[in-house]
Design a protein around this ligand. Structure first.
Ligand code: SAM
Length: 372
């Protein structure tokens, strides 16, 4: 029997062992060690600063030098940096090994597709996004050596699987399960119970594994996904076909989607905006407004890292990720007043949302608007 794409993604015993180690190292650095760092700030760094300056550090800019001089912070940074490099190395080995069979299966599926894939070889990836290797992913999201090259998407997918395994999630659910996509669909249903979308667009859909959840939640809708990256939308197309779903993927810039006015009843995104240059976010908002049908909903889910809600140590460690670990757009996004930008893009003030929903032990940031 032919192996499915999901069955083909199987790290070997040794690869799994390395990936579990990397997952545990990351869990320690981002969990226990970051908590120790927060305690160090509360008990040592902040009191010393207060004694010298007469006030507590006001923000990450004032606090950063205190951390940079601290050995625990230096250890934390080294561990986070090293674990990120190890992650790409070990997931990369799995993807190099399984890549040819994975791509062959994808080609087989797309040869008899139910849905569609539209690539645009003339697309100009906007600066500075084009120059960035997000998450320090080798080659970034856009590298493509030949037609049908899925490596950039496969390795991204592999890291998501590494995190799922580290959290114990992969034990009960097959690879690529759209957990966060299902959560977003639930939030849409809860907030807009009257919405019965005929066409849905997932902006910045990446490898499309979460887009699937929109089709599950709204089986009668026509579901589309759009992304800048050719390998990502090609992966998404094959992934949907493997599941027998007729989804439609397009390589395009979310600033200029190419769809007609009023085409969609629901436009969503997941972690697009902290990975795109904050200067272009208002243009994406305006484009979303243009392609929304009357009464249509635009809803985006992203990291809840707005500085007003973040303790100083978390603001400093996030800023470190921006400077050192391939998250260059994180703070630009977190500092943006998205509600104002949405109003500026044509969403009526009373229909704009920018607030939080519970997720696990924390929260997730939701923002968007509804067309009149
Ligand atoms: C972190 S990934 C998220 C992918 C997917 N939404 C998910 O949840 O798995 C962010 C995606 O946004 C895409 N992206 C960034 N800027 C974009 C833009 N201006 N237009 C379209 N896609 C964009 C990137 O190529 C990347 O695939």
């Amino acid at each position: 029997m032919t192996a499915t794409l999901g069955q083909l993604y199987r790290p070997s015993h040794d690869e799994s062992a390395r990936q579990r180690f990397v997952g545990a190292l990351k869990g320690y650095a981002n969990g226990a060690l970051e908590q120790k760092l927060a305690a160090r700030y509360d008990h040592d760094l902040r009191p010393a600063f207060e004694r010298a300056q007469g006030h507590a550090p006001a923000d990450r800019v004032e606090a950063r030098p205190l951390f940079e001089a601290d050995p625990l912070y230096q250890l934390w940074g080294s561990m986070v940096y090293a674990s990120q490099g190890l992650m790409w190395e070990t997931v990369g080995a799995t993807c190099e090994r399984i890549g040819p069979r994975f791509e062959a299966r994808a080609a087989e599926l797309t040869g008899k597709a139910r849905g569609s894939l539209l690539l645009d070889p003339t697309l100009v990836i906007p600066k500075p996004i084009v120059d960035v290797e997000i998450h320090r992913q080798p080659g970034g999201y856009f590298a493509s050596m030949r037609p049908g090259d899925l490596h950039a998407a496969l390795i991204y997918f592999g890291t998501i699987e590494l995190y799922r395994a580290a959290k114990g999630l992969s034990a009960n659910a097959p690879v690529g399960e759209p957990g966060i996509g299902r959560y977003i669909a639930q939030v849409v249903r809860k907030r807009y119970p009257d919405l019965a979308p005929r066409r849905i667009l997932d902006l910045g859909c990446g490898p499309g594994t979460e887009t699937i959840a929109l089709q599950e939640a709204f089986p009668d809708a026509e579901v589309h996904g759009l992304d800048l990256s050719a390998p990502f939308v090609s992966f998404a197309h094959a992934w949907a076909e493997e599941r027998g779903m007729a989804l439609h993927f397009r390589q395009a810039d979310a600033q200029r989607t190419g769809y007609p006015d009023g085409h969609f009843d629901l436009v969503i995104s997941h972690i697009l905006f902290h990975e795109t240059w904050h200067d272009i976010a208002p243009k994406i908002f305006a484009e979303a407004r243009r392609i929304l049908a009357p009464g249509g909903v635009f809803l985006n889910a992203d990291v809840p890292y707005q500085p007003a809600r973040m303790p100083i140590p978390k603001q400093v460690t996030n800023d470190w990720q921006v400077r050192n670990n391939g998250e260059p757009f994180w703070t630009g996004f977190a500092d943006t007043d998205v509600a104002a930008a949405l109003r500026g893009a044509g969403f009526a003030a009373e229909r704009v949302v920018a607030d939080y929903e519970p997720l696990g032990a924390g929260h997730y940031f939701f923002f968007g608007g509804r067309a009149a």
